[in-house]
Design a protein around this ligand. Structure first.
Ligand code: SF4
Length: 352
């Protein structure tokens, strides 16, 4: 994706520095009645701190849900900006802090609100479903929000009601959902810079070296990579599947931050990062999100010491409009859990 400015990598910390910062942050969390909510793609020491302090680690849907129900006054969100915004949309009464408000996402950057609004106006008959990886302003222009955990079920639910969809912004996930559901989807064409870089040929070579390994792919990866998967799903779904599957080795095509949680859940399994580099590349797997790693421990501490420059704000008019599609996503997931399948939901006349 051209024109994107990537952040400088955060300075490396020694183990002693990490430990000292973790202790200081833990103290500040208690003082401020705050909890740490970390995404699976943040650095291992950040996830470890969330574990130790009674915080939460999850995907973007789980983070939003957990933050809403947490009894704390302050949510410290380690991840990228749309995650902090979603927390604020759902919990306006809470202070929401982020280590670095400049933590972007290439999907969010690839779908500016004015351009999305223009397409909406050109396609008034379509129901707008946007991925969680969008700004609050884009969510405010939408009918439903979806994460990769629920996108297939939600689109299937809308398709069964004869709806035509306007999907934004991830092109690979959009194509995958369209293929799985057969729904009529007009699709935005942005991509995730991490998942888009997984390589089909290099994955085939790696698979030949590890013939017994199961290939686990996040469907933000290109279609040719997802087609090679033994299992394709969201980060949480991959974590659960590795736990369940009776295999020793797994090649994993998603951000390598997830290795922290999978290793913790399945210490006896062998996790191999899927290749992002082709033949001759010096980096065979650099599947690190440059923005997720901005949630570094020194910045977490700085956010708790002085909220200035770390406070997530969403204008109230946008927040109110964005809340509706976000709440529909949460309601949809709850109803799906209750009824067991989309077909049962539709049979029961559930309308969300
Ligand atoms: S990994 Fe990709 S989708 Fe996730 S925040 Fe980074 S750029 Fe966005």
């Amino acid at each position: 994706m051209s024109g994107i400015a990537y952040p400088e990598p955060e300075p490396e910390l020694s183990e002693a520095e990490k430990k000292s910062l973790q202790d200081q942050i833990a103290l500040k969390l208690r003082e401020r009645n705050a909890v740490l909510i970390a995404h699976y793609y943040t650095a291992p020491e950040v996830q470890e701190l969330a574990d130790k302090t009674g915080g939460f680690i999850g995907d973007s849907l789980e983070m939003a849900r957990w933050g809403k129900n947490a009894p704390a006054e302050t949510l410290l969100v380690a991840g990228v900006r749309f995650m902090g915004e979603t927390a604020k949309i759902l919990s306006p009464e809470k202070t929401v802090l982020m280590p670095d408000l400049g933590a972007e996402c290439s999907l969010d950057l690839g779908c500016p609100a004015p351009e999305f609004q223009k397409l909406r106006e050109e396609e008034p008959d379509r129901v707008a479903v946007v991925y969680a990886n969008t700004s609050a302003a884009v969510k405010a222009l939408s009918d439903y929000v979806a994460t990769s955990s629920c996108a297939i079920d939600l689109i299937h639910y809308l398709d069964l009601q004869g709806k035509k969809i306007l999907w934004a912004p991830d092109r690979h996930l959009g194509a995958y959902v369209a293929q799985e559901t057969g729904a009529d989807m007009l699709r935005w064409q942005a991509h995730c810079v991490v998942h888009d870089s997984f390589k089909e040929d290099a994955l085939r070579d790696l698979k030949a070296e590890h013939p017994d390994a199961a290939v686990m792919v996040h469907p933000e990866a290109p279609a040719a990579v997802t087609a090679m998967a033994d299992f394709a799903g969201s980060t949480s779904q991959i974590l659960n599947k590795v736990r369940e599957m009776d295999r020793k080795e797994f090649i994993i095509a998603t951000e390598t931050g997830i290795f922290y949680k999978i290793s913790q859940a399945c210490p006896d399994k062998v996790l191999i990062p899927a290749p992002t580099g082709g033949h001759g590349a010096t980096c065979q797997s650099c599947a690190h999100c440059p923005w997720m790693r901005m949630s570094a421990l020194p910045k977490l501490l700085a956010a708790l010491e002085s909220s200035q420059g770390h406070n997530v704000e969403v204008p109230e008019d946008i927040r109110e409009k964005a809340l509706l599609p976000v709440q529909r996503m949460l309601d949809f997931n709850q109803a799906l859990k209750k009824h067991g399948s989309v077909e049962e939901m539709v049979r029961a006349g559930v309308r969300i």
